[in-house]
Ligand binder design. Structure first.
Ligand code: UDX
Length: 433
């Protein structure tokens, strides 16, 4: 099938390349010239395992093309995916829908045939209805259907999650073609047995927000338990393992530590709070606010712990920070807990040196005043304390004996509970988590 993907960020670029992989003919629209040039040359402007190969292959065969022209898009296909960003509004909790709205405003007046717009971006409940009404106003003697088809991909596993998702959800208004079109688009996965769930658009919008809110809740739950464990001298990791065996609970997303960050979970739960507030659903608002609070307290707690380990003051101390990306296998530093902690520690008078295997360029752009090292060992040179804040395999594999020769004091704080405590203590380190 021919299709257009509007917006080629993490979501759009992955979706476009994966749709080409499924055999569809895809035109991707990206308005940022540098990004567009890179993508058109078959290069991915961010780190995502597996995506460069896929993109390059389909750009070379012509199965996937990249353009900035909405006129070309309108002419090319009758199915349009919206995959533009929905960031948090500045100084507010709600989602900024400028890019989603702009996509509809620009595209629909150019359409000359009936069309289907499938939203993939994460949006507040009610957005499909509003866009559908707007599309009706803008459409010239044609039918433009709007439906929502949320995306659940994780960074680092984006290709796998897109090609082999846990489920496909389509939120369609009655009487349209969205369900039939999606059955054709995703035929290969449906044939593999992937659950295909058809709902109305508000439900589909809420499926996505609820999924992210639940994942955030799981992480904050285990982090709230971790606070109790700290106070009681218990081991949160063993608790997570033990409760995780209960199939109703499950072990995934119960890793305690520095908490969640990134371009999705934090802004999505805040947008959900804002929307719940607008709708008068006070329980959801209060509940999610506490999920957010627990999460943000983890960052402050890490700063306090570092200060404690430094003997009460950070002034003049050398702190090595291993990890800057919001999670491993990513170069994304949006709302990164690691960089947030690095910034707070620096503000309290310490000298902070950061190393990350993939996120150095993005970190330098966002926090230019921090010091950066080319390797983990270099970052740890003469450090008073080493903080592991992203659980990259490279850090898990560090040799405590070798690193012990580099530092001023053998003190390590494992912000992701990913290191083998015994190995570090045997090598003479004061290990805290
Ligand atoms: C998330 C959702 O998982 C995905 O379904 C949705 O489409 C987008 O948002 P992503 O942002 O890629 O994906 O990251 P995810 O793997 O969910 O991790 C989010 C954050 O939670 C990371 O900072 C991670 O370190 C943290 N986390 C995760 C924990 O602190 N503990 C855990 O047990 C799991």
């Amino acid at each position: 099938m021919r299709m257009v993907v509007l917006g080629l960020g993490y979501l759009g670029a992955t979706h476009a390349a994966c749709m080409a992989e499924l055999g569809h003919e895809v035109l991707g629209i990206e308005v940022v010239p540098e990004k567009r040039a890179q993508l058109a040359a078959g290069e991915v402007p961010f780190y995502e395992p597996g995506l460069p190969d896929l993109l390059k292959r389909h750009i070379e065969t012509g199965q996937l093309r990249v353009s900035d022209s909405y006129a070309e898009a309108a002419d090319f296909a009758d199915v349009f995916f919206i995959a533009v960003g929905t960031p948090q509004k500045k100084g507010e909790y709600s989602a900024d829908l400028t890019y989603v709205d702009a996509a509809v405003e620009e595209l629909v007046p150019l359409l000359t045939r009936d069309a289907l717009i499938l939203g993939k971006s994460t949006v507040p409940v009610g957005t499909s209805r509003r866009l559908s009404e707007r599309a009706d106003e803008l459409a010239k003697d044609i039918d433009v259907e709007v439906a929502w088809n949320p995306e659940f991909l994780r960074e680092g596993f984006a290709v796998k999650d897109t090609l082999h998702p846990d489920r496909v959800v389509v939120g369609a208004f009655p009487g349209g073609i969205a369900e039939t079109a999606c059955r054709e688009i995703y035929a290969s996965m449906i044939n593999e047995g992937t659950p295909f769930i058809v709902t109305d658009p508000p439900t589909a919008e809420l499926v996505k927000t609820s999924a992210n809110a639940f994942l955030a809740t799981k992480i904050s739950f285990i982090n709230a338990i971790a606070e109790v464990c700290d106070a009681a001298g218990a081991d949160v990791k063993s608790i997570a393992d033990a409760i995780g065996y209960d199939a109703r609970i499950g072990r995934k997303f119960l890793n305690a530590g520095l908490g969640f960050g990134g371009g999705c979970l934090p802004k999505d739960i805040r947008a959900f709070m804002a929307r719940a507030g607008e709708l008068g659903a006070a329980e959801a608002l209060t509940f999610l606010r506490e999920v957010d609070n627990v999460n943000m307290r983890r960052r402050t707690r890490m700063v306090e712990l570092t200060r404690e380990v430094c003997g009460g003051s950070l002034l003049g101390k050398r702190i090595a920070i291993l990890g800057a990306a919001f999670k491993p296998e990513s170069d994304d530093v949006r709302d990164s807990p690691a960089l947030n902690v690095a910034g707070q520690i620096q503000l309290q008078g310490a000298s902070v040196t950061v190393y990350d295997p993939k996120a150095m360029p993005n970190s330098k752009r966002l926090f230019p005043t921090l010091d950066y090292a080319e390797a983990a060992s270099e970052a740890c040179e003469s450090a008073d304390v080493v903080l592991v804040l992203t659980e990259w395999a490279e850090f898990v594999a560090l040799n405590p004996v070798e690193l012990g020769r580099r530092v001023r004091q053998r003190k390590i704080i494992d912000g992701r509970m990913c290191l083998d405590r015994r190995n570090w203590t045997v090598a003479g380190w004061d290990y805290r988590a």
